[in-house]
Design a protein around this ligand. Structure first.
Ligand SMILES: Nc1ncnc2c1ncn2[C@@H]1O[C@H](COP(=O)(O)OP(=O)(O)OP(=O)(O)O)[C@@H](O)[C@H]1O
Ligand SMILES: [Mg+2]
Length: 184
């Protein structure tokens, strides 16, 4: 994965497969403390304690016949490489919470990438899932959610072709302002 937005897209696919109807993505940047936190929470099927243990193991020690994917181990590795960490909590039938911490000053920290594109793509591709996205940089925060957008669009479906570029631009300009606000 070449940037963090693609990792987030990949991890959210797990929540979609787990039949989540609510998926929250939170990003917190605290430059003073060299902190970048990413949380992804869903109300999907969750994982049994045994599976949870298995997905948290480094993929080199996975010794099962079942195909265990690389999405979670790769993100964990990319977080730990910066001096950060990854933690998952999951309850079967209730959902899953993923928390990733990275140190942005580390030379191996992946760039954020096109977060606005990823958020817009998710919201437009899965109109029946309630996405909540928030991004905080220092004291400034931008948040957006599927229900708010549905209301603003006043009946125009989220998956109609004109909507994706609109949402992407809305998120993108707000994220740019967050960065500017932080510098000022
Ligand atoms: N949010 C989630 N809810 C329920 N189960 C999950 C969730 N995230 C991961 N899992 C379980 O953990 C497994 C491993 O996830 P991981 O993303 O590492 O690989 P994958 O999704 O199987 O394959 P890949 O991501 O490489 O395409 C999944 O197959 C799924 O069983
Ligand atoms: Mg996956």
């Amino acid at each position: 994965m070449k940037d963090l937005s693609l990792h987030i897209l990949d991890i959210v696919q797990n929540s979609v497969v787990a039949q989540a109807t609510i998926i929250s993505i939170g990003i917190v940047v605290d430059k003073k403390n060299d902190y970048l936190g990413i949380t992804i929470a869903d109300n999907g099927n969750g994982m049994s304690p045994a599976l949870l243990q298995r997905v948290m193991d480094p993929f080199t020690t996975t010794r099962t016949t079942r195909k265990v994917g690389l999405g979670l181990p790769l993100l964990k590795q990319n977080a730990e490489r910066t001096g950060g960490s990854m933690d998952i909590k999951s309850v079967e039938g209730r959902g899953t919470d993923l928390m990733v911490v990275l140190k942005p000053s580390h030379i191996d920290c992946l760039p954020m990438g096109d977060m606005a594109g990823v958020v817009a793509m998710l919201i437009c591709s899965y109109p029946n899932i309630n996405f909540k996205f928030s991004h905080r940089v220092g004291a400034n925060e931008f948040a957006i959610s599927t229900p708010e957008l549905k209301e603003a669009l006043d009946g125009l479906p989220l998956n109609s072709p004109s909507v994706y570029p609109l949402i992407k631009e809305l998120v993108s300009s707000n994220l740019d302002e967050l960065q500017i606000g932080e510098l000022g």
